[in-house]
Design a protein around this ligand. Structure first.
Ligand code: ATP
Length: 200
């Protein structure tokens, strides 16, 4: 069984995230893909973070028609910071015979060595990376990441570049501009109905 994992803050989910989940499922031929909003990232202590329940609900709306995607509250339910190594170990207890694939963006790949127990993590999952910028040199990045380690070679997912970030969406909202180009309609409605991201 092949199980995908995509974590993130999803503050809020955007069209890139959704396209990546679809590409991940198709290209790796996953049996299911867990999409897991983090409770609070240690890297993001200073950012405005929509309530957990809003971020979870927006992900469910954004992924409602992606049949093999499963939005999970495992990290939101867990006390303290969300660390991927803990999530991966929990999933391996539930699915001891599964092969786990972990999807991260280029920016996260650059800081992967700051992740808790990153070497152990690389031994437990097959890492998959999405390019985020035109000038990315993922081959060098991957070489640097796994150099000297006996782990699977990270894969690069084939997707078009998406020039979108959750930060951009929050900034557009704060300056009262439309976000309709960057989030699905139902997520936009949810953000407007709940007056999200109007203040920093
Ligand atoms: P923020 O703007 O708040 O930093 P974000 O847009 O990076 O948020 P996250 O929730 O942090 O969104 O992203 C979850 C995962 O998706 C991360 O691994 C991140 O690298 C990746 N990702 C997000 N947006 C893109 C993008 N446009 N291209 C490639 N990867 C992306």
């Amino acid at each position: 069984m092949k199980i995908g994992i995509m974590g993130g803050t999803f503050n809020p989910v955007h069209i890139g995230h959704i396209a990546f989940v679809r590409a991940f499922i198709t290209q790796i031929e996953l049996d299911m893909c867990y999409v897991i909003p983090a409770r609070r990232s240690p890297f993001r202590m200073n950012e405005p973070l929509a309530e957990d329940i809003h971020r979870l609900r927006m992900l469910e709306l954004g992924l409602h028609d992606v049949a093999l995607a499963k939005v999970s509250d495992i990290e939101i339910q867990r006390e303290g910071f969300s660390y991927t190594i803990d999530t991966v170990k929990a999933l391996l207890e539930t699915y001891p015979h599964a092969t786990l694939y972990l999807l991260i963006g280029e920016d996260q790949a650059h800081r992967f060595k700051e992740w808790k127990d990153w070497k152990e993590l690389l031994g437990l999952v097959q890492l998959c990376i999405i390019q985020r910028t035109e000038q990315a040199n993922l081959t060098t990045l991957i070489h640097d990441l796994i150099h000297g380690l006996n782990v699977k070679n990270p894969l690069i997912l084939k997707t078009p570049l998406f020039h979108v970030s959750s930060t951009l969406i929050r900034e557009l909202r704060m300056s009262d501009q439309s976000i309709s180009d960057y989030v699905p309609k139902n997520v936009e409605e949810y953000i407007l109905d709940n007056n999200l991201y109007l203040t920093s």
